[in-house]
Structure formats: structure tokens, C-alpha cells
Design a protein. Structure first.
Lengths: 515, 309
């Protein structure tokens, strides 16, 4: 529609393109040195596209769409696509790495000390980053010789290259390396438990913070048959769905698994596995109840107040409106934390004002009621404002005409005001439902999902789907990322369907009342 | 509060009288009956304001604990404010600055990007326009917090090239928040732009303006009230955001107000309450004032389909 008459290039575009090119020039050598070829390709392609779009006189629509689209692709579409991909895997605690990594960690983990063998003085060291850099061992044997060990083997280190503690012989300084202190070593304990330096006839492993021993593996992996054998018991373990399972029928599994495709197993588990289906359905039911009751109560109170306070002879309407806006205007995270403290059993305001001793957020039904009450407080000003605005936009001629035709006030409200109000508010009610459906903050800040049923610490009684899913994915015990991703796909489809149905229904309403 | 609903019925008899053809003499008694509306209004005010009054009371409470805070302040002291601003464990002013930076910059860019998208979808015709609009709406519906792991990996990579935009930086979090800029905002602003007469930009084009000039000099100024509302909603939405901020910002000095203040009450519940209340008041007051100031525009923005809290 719009076409550039002359190929003019404004200074804003020049600055923008200049900045993009500068960033790319800055990034390229770094990406090359990291061998990040895919990222490099993406960076070059993006830069080329930007230059083309902003210098070509033809791509006018793209100029307005491309910054937002690139951000959308990088920080929404790609992460979401990646997540959807993991819904078909068993990714999670115990299944984070590849099978090869899992095998080498299992083997390293199985090293036991050779009786009577000498111990080494150990200094754990790393490079670049204390918390993520590669681990190496500086080992001082009983004769005082220093060797450096990594996952490939040992290298002798001449005394001149390191500083040793005069008493123990432990390496305290090694140029080019950072020797970790006790706290830093502890922080990487999980990684150390599966780190072993291969040497002739065995492996060197750390024990405690500053000692290492030489020992032998008790698990051996055969690449050809893919079988892991316990050398002490002779039990063979076969790979099955990302875990080594004992072939003797005992059902024992090895503690480290790997990430693998499991097809639709996560989706099937939601339907068939009773330990997941039960909590899931309970959480789903409460989510739907929570979202619909929140919409209903806020709408009822908001509409009621709007009707009560919208009267030509009522003084102070503006003051009412301004003050009733306050719960909506105060940032919700503050309000939620204030309400949470008011519900406190020992010190909370509610128990002190009412002279009661109720554990508001501790009981199942009081917690649910409390959440709904707080959500009503948070949401009714919005409905009040919107209803007031819509009520005032109903043409008074319509109401007059109905009255002239002999309609009672109630009839005018039911047949003129309410239908017009509904047309305006229906999409907002649907949006509000979808919003409450995923209202993570409300649950997180008020109850954090609790109270929890005995023996189940992943699905609380006030959890909604999104807080439940978050706990599944990142919760303290046994993160099940694949399952969480499958459930978020389900949430996505549900919210999408509700919104879609909502839009269709809205259009139907508009057609009905269009005249 | 459902007892409020039947009220149109109570009004019915007087209205029937009015329809019956004697409006003038009826007016006085009807005017007298406004008192019950005030009664409802006052009850609603008590419900709406008591938590806020309690928050103010807690902030002014000289002792500063939750258990000693009553609904109405029983003493006025600025102890909590002084303690909050001097507490080395909670660098409140840093949090305030971080929040202003993160929310302010992302709100402005959100509006600009959203307006750009809305302008293209409303004023320009191009291939894939309808599909684009629907895609933008659909992508928003995925609960994107679950993509946190993927985002985390993306930002480790970004941080290794541009340390200023990696994890634990304000810029990194701003980028994450901008990922949603082409979403609801675009729809909202498109709806508004559709109501602005096209003749305005067409005549400017005939006078030789470029589309950029139309966008910056005609469309943006005309949409200014809506841009302010969208910007405000975006600011407040990110102000309230705790999930991603909690994962991304781990250093105490990098935190935002929301996660900082959450930390103040989630630890020792009773004793730091005054500090939390003082901090919340200082954080919430500007937002409340802006809302009150922009009230007129808010209602417009709200009925156009924006939902917050």
C-alpha cells in the first residue's frame, strides 16, 4: 500500500544498521574461537536479513515486523519448540546426559579402593570458571612426586611448575590453574563422585576433600552388546528406556540413566499411570474451579458495584472510583504478600481481628477459600471499572425507547443493558479466565500449592496446573522435565481451545446483537 | 457479596412509576433513596482498602514486626524506612534501580515493537498477514515459563559472547521480556489503530511522506493515549514477574524489587515485616499514583481487551 517514492534512507536506519553490524563484528571472532558454528550462521543470516530489509525500498512491512519477530523467534518460539521436543523424551533428574556419558559416569562411580594401596594427596583444580570449568586432579604420591590427572589419564608435573605445601606435599599453587578451596570442592561434589582418572590397572578417585585413592571398577560396559556387567555379582544390566535394568528379573536399575526418546510415554502416563493421573485430575479440577470462580466472583461484585454506584444523583462517584481502583493499582506481588501475612496463623491480622485461631492457609478448604477471597480483592476493581465504562456507553435513547414501550426497569436491564454489556465484556471474561488459569503468582505467593496431601509433595491441594507443572519441572525432588513439558503442551492446547471457543462465541454474540 | 446483585429489582417499582407517566413528583423520593448506594459503596471501600491501610500501618509501625502491627497505625515512625535503606543484606536502592531499568526499558521497547507490528498489520498489506496475526496470538498461549530451561541454555550461549547480556544481567532479562513484545500488545494496538481514520496517513503519503514519517509523525502521536496504557501495563506486568527473574537474577545486587521483597518476608516472617512494608510502600506508591492520574485512559485500554491481575 505504502510505497517509497524516492529511495531515501533516514538517519535512524543508518544508526540501527550500524549498531547491528558493529555487534556482529564484535561477535564473529568470539563465536569462531568457541567453534559455535550454528550460532555463527544464525548471526550472519540475521545481520544479512536486517541489512537487506532496512536498505531495500521494497520490504516496508518487514521493517516494522522484523525486530519483534526476531525477538519472538529467539526468546519464545525457539525455547517453546525445544520444550515441545523434550515432551517426547525422558529428560529430567537421572536422565540428563547422553548414553555414552552415562556409561562413563556409571563406570567411574563404581570404582572401589584397592585394599592396601597407597593414597595420594589431592588438590582439585580447574580453569576459567570455578563452578563450571573442567576438573583436573593434582596428585602427590607418598614419594612426593606430582602428577596431573584428567579424564584421559596422568601427566607428570615437574616440581618447578607447582608450589607444594612443605608438610603434606599437597599442591597449593599451579600457574594456569585455579586450586579449589573446600567450599568450592563441596559445591562440585556430585561431579566429583563420577570423575575418575584412568591409569594402568585401575582408576584414581577422590575421597573427601584432599585425598585420592587408586581402585578398580566394579561395573564394566561392553560396547558391542550394550550390556553393563557388575564384576562382583556377575549380574548383567541391559539398556531399557534410558536406564540399565538388571537382566536377572529383580527389577534393579543402575542409578544414572540417560536422555532418550520415549515417544508418547509422557502423555500416556498422564492418562494411565494412577500415581500421575490422580494428582493431575485433582489439580485440573481445582484449576478450572479456581479460574471460573475467580471470574464469576469478580464479575458479580464488579457489576453489582458498577450498577450501585452508577446513578446520576449519586455524589462522590469519582472518589469511589478512584479509591476502588487502588487494589488494582497496587502491584499484585505486594498485595499477595500482604494478604499472605494477614492469613498467618500466629501473627496474622485476620485471626487477631476476628479473635480466631484458624490456620487459614493450612486447611484444604480454608486455603482454597482464602485464595478465592484474595483473588476477588485483586480482580473486582478491574471488573468494576470495565462494567462502569460499558454501562455508561449504553446509549440512553435505547433505554428510553424501551421504557416508552412500557418495559419495566428490570426488563430494560435484562433486555437492553445486560445484552449490550455482555457483548462488550464476554471477550474480557474469557481473557480473564485464561489469565487466571495460568495465574502462577497468586498460588506461588499465597500458598505455594500447599497444604500437601500426606505422602505427595509434588501436587498440593491448592496447586493449579501451572504451579504443579513448575514443581514437576524444577521442584526439589526428582525433576521430571519431560513430563512437565508434556503437561505444558496440554495447558497450551486447553488455553488455546478456550480462547478459540471464546472468540467464536464473541463473534456470535456480536452478530446476534449487532442490530 | 452476591446480595448486591438483586439491586436493579429494588429500583424497579419507582421506575415503573416513571414509565406510568408521572416522573416529576417521583423525583424527590427517588433522590432520597440514594443512601443505600452510599452504604454499598462504603462497604466496598472497607473491603478494598483495609489491606492497604494495614500495609501503611505496618510501614509506620515503630516496632516493625508483623505481630505488633494493627490495622490502624498506633504510632508513627520512620524506623522501618531507615532500617530498609541501611540494611546491607537488602540493597533496596539497587533493587529499585534495577527494577526501574528493567521494567522501564522493556516497557518502552515493548510499546515501540508492538506499535510497529500493529502499524504493519493495520495499515500495510503483505503476504502472510492473516497467518502472521494468528501465529502471534497463538505463540503467546504457550506457558512460556516451562521454556525456562531452554532460555537458560540460550543465555549461557549469549553470555559467552556478550557477557553484558548473559545470565544475571538486567539486559539479559530485558531481552527475555521483549520476546513477548509482538504479542498481545500488537493485537491491542492494532485494534486501536484500526479506529484511526486512514485518510490521515493517505493524505500524508500523497504529500510525499515516507511510511516511516507516517508511522513516527502521525500514527504514534495519534495513538499516544493507548501507547501510554500499553506501556504502563507492560511495566506493571514485568514489575510483578517473579518466575523468570528468580531464575535469571541470582546475585543479591542484581535482583528486582519483587524477588528482593519476597525474600524479605519468605525468610523470617515476623521480624522483617516492617522493612518489607516500607519497601512495598515505596515501590507501590508511584505505580498507584500513575494509575490514578491515567484513570481515564485506563478504562479505554481495559475495555479494549488488556487484562492485568
Amino acid at each position: 500500500m505504502h510505497s517509497e517514492r524516492i529511495a531515501r534512507v533516514s538517519w535512524m536506519r543508518v544508526v540501527f544498521i550500524g549498531a547491528v553490524v558493529a555487534l556482529t563484528i564484535f561477535a564473529v571472532p568470539r563465536l569462531v574461537s568457541q567453534h559455535a558454528w550454528i550460532a555463527l550462521g544464525v548471526a550472519v543470516a540475521v545481520t544479512a536479513t536486517l541489512i537487506y530489509v532496512y536498505l531495500s525500498p521494497k520490504r516496508i512491512a518487514a521493517r516494522y515486523l522484523i525486530p519483534g519477530t526476531l525477538l519472538l523467534l529467539a526468546f519464545q518460539v525457539y525455547p517453546v519448540a525445544y520444550t515441545i521436543g523434550t515432551a517426547f523424551t525422558n529428560y529430567g533428574d537421572g536422565h540428563r546426559m547422553s548414553q555414552t556419558q552415562a556409561v562413563s559416569e556409571l563406570e567411574a562411580d563404581s570404582v572401589v579402593e584397592r585394599p592396601g594401596a597407597p593414597r595420594y594427596e589431592l588438590s582439585v583444580a580447574t580453569k576459567d570458571s570455578v563452578s563450571t570449568g573442567p576438573i583436573v586432579f593434582f596428585l602427590t604420591d607418598p614419594q612426593g612426586r606430582v602428577e596431573r590427572g584428567d579424564s584421559h589419564g596422568l601427566t607428570a608435573v615437574p616440581d618447578a611448575q607447582v608450589t607444594k605445601d612443605p608438610d603434606t606435599g599437597k599442591v597449593v599453587r599451579a600457574p594456569g590453574w585455579t586450586i579449589l578451596n573446600g567450599i568450592q570442592v563441596n559445591a562440585r561434589a556430585a561431579q566429583l563422585s563420577t570423575f575418575a582418572v584412568p591409569v594402568e590397572g585401575g582408576f584414581i578417585k577422590s575421597v573427601g576433600l584432599s585425598e585420592a585413592f587408586i581402585g578398580e571398577r566394579t561395573l564394566r560396559y561392553d560396547v558391542a552388546t550394550q550390556i553393563m556387567t557388575d564384576t562382583r555379582t556377575g549380574v548383567a544390566y541391559r539398556p531399557k528406556a534410558g536406564t540399565f535394568v538388571a537382566a536377572d528379573g529383580s527389577g534393579r536399575v543402575l542409578p544414572i540413566g540417560w536422555k532418550t526418546d520415549v515417544g508418547l510415554r509422557n502423555f500416556a502416563a498422564v492418562v494411565t499411570d494412577p500415581s500421575i493421573r490422580g494428582p493431575f485430575l485433582r489439580v485440573l479440577a481445582w484449576t478450572v474451579a479456581f479460574a471460573s470462580l475467580s471470574v464469576l466472583t469478580t464479575f458479580a461484585l464488579g457489576l453489582g458495584l458498577a450498577l450501585a454506584l452508577d446513578h446520576p444523583r449519586l455524589r462522590g462517584q469519582r472518589i469511589y472510583r478512584s479509591l476502588l481502583l487502588l487494589p488494582y493499582a497496587l502491584p499484585a506481588f505486594i498485595s499477595l504478600l500482604v494478604w499472605q501475612s494477614m492469613y498467618n496463623k500466629d501473627f496474622g491480622l485476620l485471626n487477631r481481628l476476628l479473635q480466631t485461631d484458624i490456620d487459614w492457609l493450612g486447611g484444604i478448604w480454608t486455603a482454597r477459600g482464602s485464595i478465592l477471597l484474595t483473588n476477588l480483592w485483586l480482580g473486582f476493581p478491574y471488573m468494576f471499572l470495565v462494567c462502569t465504562g460499558l454501562l455508561q456507553s449504553v446509549p440512553s435513547e435505547l433505554k428510553e425507547a424501551a421504557r416508552v414501550d412500557g418495559a419495566s426497569s428490570l426488563r430494560v436491564f435484562r433486555s437492553v443493558t445486560m445484552p449490550l454489556l455482555l457483548v462488550g465484556i464476554a471477550p474480557l471474561l474469557i481473557a480473564s479466565f485464561a489469565y487466571n488459569f495460568n495465574s502462577y503468582n497468586t498460588i506461588k505467593l499465597l500458598t505455594d500449592g500447599g497444604p500437601f496431601p500426606p505422602g505427595n509433595s509434588t501436587a498440593g491441594n491448592t496447586d493449579i496446573l501451572i504451579s504443579y507443572t513448575f514443581r514437576l519441572a524444577f521442584g526439589g525432588q526428582g525433576a521430571q522435565y519431560g513430563l512437565a513439558a508434556a503437561i505444558s503442551l496440554f495447558i497450551f492446547m486447553l488455553v488455546g481451545l478456550i480462547s478459540f471457543a471464546g472468540f467464536r462465541r464473541t463473534r456470535a454474540l456480536e452478530e446476534v446483537y449487532a442490530a | 457479596m452476591t446480595h448486591l446483585l438483586p439491586q436493579p429489582a429494588t429500583e424497579a417499582p419507582s421506575q415503573i412509576g416513571a414509565v406510568a407517566g408521572a416522573p416529576a413528583p417521583r423525583q424527590r423520593p427517588r433522590g432520597d433513596r440514594v443512601w443505600w448506594r452510599h452504604l454499598i459503596g462504603l462497604v466496598a471501600l472497607v473491603f478494598a482498602l483495609f489491606p492497604i491501610v494495614f500495609l501503611v500501618s505496618a510501614a509506620l509501625n515503630p516496632v516493625g514486626t508483623l505481630s505488633t502491627t494493627s490495622l490502624l497505625p498506633d504510632g508513627v515512625s520512620l524506623n522501618n524506612f531507615a532500617k530498609l535503606l541501611s540494611d546491607p543484606n537488602s540493597p533496596y536502592l539497587r533493587w529499585y534501580g534495577n527494577t526501574l531499568l528493567i521494567c522501564g526499558v522493556s516497557a518502552m521497547l515493548n510499546v515501540l515493537i508492538g506499535a510497529g507490528g500493529a502499524f504493519a498489520f493495520s495499515r500495510l498489506r503483505f503476504r502472510g498477514r492473516r497467518a502472521g496475526l494468528i501465529t502471534v496470538l497463538l505463540v503467546q498461549m504457550f506457558p512460556n515459563f516451562i521454556a525456562v530451561v531452554a532460555l537458560y541454555l540460550v543465555f549461557i550461549q549469549i553470555g559467552s559472547v556478550f557477557p553484558a547480556a548473559g545470565l544475571n544481567t538486567s539486559l539479559g532479562l530485558i531481552l527475555v521480556y521483549l520476546g513477548g513484545a509482538m504479542g498481545v500488545n500488537t493485537w491491542l494496538l492494532k485494534g486501536y489503530l484500526d479506529t484511526i481514520p486512514r485518510e490521515l496517513d493517505e493524505s500524508a503519503l500523497i504529500d510525499g511522506a515516507t511510511s516511516g514519517q507516517v508511522f513516527f509523525r502521525i500514527t504514534l502521536p495519534l495513538a499516544a493515549p493507548m501507547l501510554v496504557v500499553v506501556g504502563l501495563f507492560s511495566f506493571v506486568a514485568n514489575l510483578n514477574e517473579i518466575l523468570l527473574a528468580n531464575v535469571f537474577l541470582t546475585d543479591t545486587s542484581q535482583k528486582t524489587l519483587a524477588i528482593g521483597l519476597f525474600g524479605l518476608v519468605s525468610g523470617e516472617h515476623n521480624t522483617d515485616y516492617g522493612e518489607f512494608a516500607a519497601g512495598s510502600l515505596l515501590a507501590g506508591l508511584p505505580v498507584v499514583l500513575i494509575y490514578l492520574y491515567l484513570q481515564k485512559y485506563l478504562v479505554k485500554g481495559l475495555t479494549a481487551g488488556a487484562v492485568k491481575g
